[in-house]
Design a protein around this ligand. Structure first.
Ligand code: M6R
Length: 357
């Protein structure tokens, strides 16, 4: 039930710190180590390449997961949009494992790929929020995201839970491959949950941002580099799906290759900056679009912030920044939809679970 909340989406955004803390209790054993089924562990240890298959928001979580896996484990990862996979079937490695990421576990496009790869005898791991769902039943292994029922069509807590489980799986995989990690994952996840809470308590600030940047515009651009680019894609999807503002996320470096032509006086640009190594380049992208009249809202992270940035998110481990940087973007989408009088929880033309291909 919604309880005191006007919309499920707002409730589900607020539940995210709790969902991360719950995952910590579910995936940590009594002696503080990762608890994952031995057969999943074995499969992840043996594989020479991971193929992540997903749609929409779950695909965006997969992009974050790829970076996490490749940074932590050295195992190559490909991420594919489920509906495209069978047309552009990639050349597979000799010992692949498929990870299907799906909140509902019922998405027909993803299931279509699962059915095909099972015919060839490949192994599949389902990462879903619904135990007993089709994808989890038909896969060899399942990991639960434990986010609780997600009712709003716009996916929020499932996304952050998916990323957290991917971080846990990647860390476990690294350990089983003899790679020493130089951070305490559960500690960092706990800190990320605290940081999420801090941002969730800044709703008034986000409302102001929406008022200032999105009250009259029909379009909006999200820019970022490295993992911030992937979070920008998700921010754009959230905004377009519930507020109907045409939104596009793209890599900061791509601006000069075309998109900058669309920037004119007053165009809203939401820029993300959580990775120290891209600081200089993103700040120059911001200058470039401002010089063409863009109305820039820069969301940065403590430690690399500037006093003129519009919002500064608390410092968190560089691998886990999406868990926190997505919160203001989810809230921006929520308030933009609210101000426009849109049906926040049930946007037009969309279903929560897409069971047709
Ligand atoms: O249940 P799934 O995670 O498989 O759903 C995939 C997409 O349909 C879903 O993430 C969709 O993009 C959301 N409405 C986005 O908020």
């Amino acid at each position: 039930e919604k309880g005191p909340y006007p919309h499920y989406m707002l409730k589900e955004i607020d539940e995210q710190p709790f969902a991360i803390r719950k995952l910590i209790t579910k995936y940590q054993n009594d002696i503080g180590e990762i608890a994952i089924d031995e057969d999943i562990r074995e499969a992840m240890k043996e594989t020479d390449r991971i193929y992540i298959i997903a749609c929409g928001t779950s695909y965006h979580a997969g992009l974050v997961g790829k970076q996490l896996f490749e940074r932590i484990t050295n195992v190559p990862v490909e991420v594919h949009i489920a509906s495209e996979f069978l047309y552009n079937r990639p050349l597979l490695s000799s010992n692949p494992i498929f990870i299907f990421i799906s909140q509902s576990g019922e998405t027909a496009d993803s299931r279509g790929v699962l059915v095909e790869i099972k015919k060839s005898g490949f192994r599949a791991l389902a990462l879903t929020n619904v135990p007993g769902s089709t994808l989890s039943r038909e896969s060899d292994y399942t990991l639960n995201t434990y986010a609780g029922p997600e009712i709003a069509v716009a996916s929020t807590k499932a996304y952050t839970a998916q990323i957290a489980v991917l971080a846990i799986l990647a860390s476990d995989c690294a350990r089983n491959r003899g790679i020493q990690l130089n951070f305490d994952l559960f500690l960092e996840l706990g800190l990320a949950a605290n940081a999420m809470e801090i941002l969730i308590n800044k709703k008034e600030k986000i409302e102001e941002i929406v008022w200032k940047y999105l009250s009259v515009s029909r379009n909006c651009f999200f820019i970022g580099r490295s993992v911030d680019y992937y979070v920008g894609l998700e921010g754009a999807l959230k905004l377009k799906e519930i507020s109907y503002i045409q939104a596009e996320g793209f890599a900061g470096g791509e601006l000069k290759h075309g998109t900058i032509a669309l920037i004119e006086d007053g165009t809203p640009v939401i820029a993300l900056l959580t990775q120290p190594q891209v600081k200089g380049n993103i700040r120059s992208n911001v200058q470039e679009v401002m010089a063409r009249g863009a109305n820039v809202c820069l969301i940065s992270m403590e430690g690399i912030e500037d006093k003129n940035d519009q919002l500064v998110i608390p410092y968190i481990h560089e691998y886990l920044t999406p868990l926190v940087s997505i919160i203001p973007l989810q809230l921006i989408a929520y308030y933009a939809a609210l101000y426009r009088g849109c049906d926040v929880d049930k946007p037009r033309n969309l279903a929560k679970s897409v069971t047709v291909e």
